[in-house]
Design a protein around this ligand. Structure first.
Ligand code: AMP
Length: 360
């Protein structure tokens, strides 16, 4: 039986660990938290993510190493590559960790993006405002997530304050995209170059945090474009595993925002909504197995449970829906679980999502 070591033991690790059981793979995790969600799915080495001795121990115990979040140190991963393979590659991770490198990669693949500029000081920010116009979405190049490490520059007089508010770190400034909605293209690629992609997913955020996902989009043009961009990225990176590409929809165009070299919150519906979930296919790709079907069953949707758990869990489950609770302590803004709905029609799914949102 193949043993996969996963850095991080949050809910994504937990769902990877549960999926592993169906494909005769064993998962082992590394995480500094006490009793993290993935402890329900496999043994956890309790250590900091950059604890080299602990990482070596994980690498020695496993056939291959993967990760469930993108702020893992690339240097630490490169240091254990001599013990066992790290998949997806540290090279892919390196590109995802720096928003500027990521945008340049999209450019080189002719994947459209918002206009952007590199910002190292507040003068650069003022120059960007001159060249690109206002407002600008200003982001730290590294370590941002769920809208954190981000500010909006609306007038040039605020440039110094906006630059300072982001801690003086290297930044990127982007034009504000007048998008209709956001989508993600999620797919898996194996070492042999086999690619399987999921239906394009429509995403709804509140305060930068994903709240609801729905698939499929029922827009063949955008579906085709999403798969095309995802495929270019997977092939350029010689990628192995699951990758999520987040994009803005503007009319009949897709503009790439960022990619995550891992399983993704907007793909949770694939557990009930596909024969092979994103978790199973990540493990299959990482373990060198052929991919399972990514065809969509019915009309799936997903609602995140954020901040607090519903007082009556029973009231939100029901025919055609499945509740997943990760076992985390409630805290404002924290993802504690999610509910998947599989509707027979898009309308039935959307009615159910509406009702669930009212109870959360
Ligand atoms: P990010 O951290 O890049 O995923 O951004 C978090 C959220 O901010 C996105 O999901 C969008 O809703 C919004 N956002 C980010 N960049 C832009 C942009 N250039 N224009 C408009 N909205 C943006």
């Amino acid at each position: 039986m193949k043993k996969i070591g996963i850095i991080g033991a949050g809910q994504l690790g937990q769902m990877l660990g549960f999926a592993a059981r169906d494909v005769s793979i064993e998962c082992m995790f590394l995480d500094p938290s006490e009793d993290p969600p993935a402890a329900a799915a496999g043994p956890v080495i309790r250590a900091e993510f950059d604890d080299q001795a602990a990482l070596q121990k994980l690498a020695q115990a496993c056939d291959v190493i993967s990760y469930e979040f993108e702020n893992v140190s690339v240097d630490c991963l490169r240091a254990i590559e001599s013990i066992c393979p790290v998949v997806p590659s540290p090279h892919a991770l390196e590109n995802a960790q720096d928003r500027l490198a990521e945008k340049r990669l999209f450019d080189s693949l002719q994947i459209p993006v918002a206009q952007y500029g590199k910002v190292d000081d507040s003068d650069d920010l003022k120059k960007c405002a001159d060249v690109l116009g206002l407002p600008l979405v200003v982001k730290t190049r590294r370590f941002g997530y769920d809208g954190k490490g981000q500010a909006i520059l609306r007038q040039i007089a605020d440039a110094d304050a906006v630059f300072e508010s982001l801690g003086g770190a290297p930044l990127i400034a982007e034009t504000m995209v007048p998008f209709q909605f956001e989508v993600s293209a999620i797919g898996a690629r194996t070492d042999d170059g086999e690619i399987a992609s999921y239906a394009l997913t429509k995403n709804e955020h509140i305060d930068g945090i994903l709240r609801v996902s729905r698939a499929p989009l029922d827009n063949p043009h955008l579906e085709r474009l999403g798969v095309e961009y995802l495929t270019r990225l997977l092939e350029r990176l010689d990628y192995v595993g699951v990758l999520a590409l987040e994009m803005f929809v503007v009319g009949d165009k897709l503009l790439a925002n960022e990619f995550a070299p891992r399983v993704h919150n907007s793909g949770h519906w694939t557990i009930e909504g596909c024969a092979g979930s994103q978790f199973e296919n990540h493990l299959r790709a990482v373990a060198g197995m052929p991919l399972a079907s990514t065809a969509t069953k019915g009309y799936p949707g997903m609602v995140n449970i954020i901040g607090s758990l519903p007082s009556d869990g029973a009231s939100i489950s029901g025919t055609g829906s499945q509740t997943h609770i990760y076992g985390k302590q409630p805290r404002p803004g924290r993802k504690l679980g999610h509910i998947t709905i599989i509707g027979e029609t898009a309308e039935a799914r959307d009615r159910r999502i509406h009702d669930i949102k009212l109870t959360l």
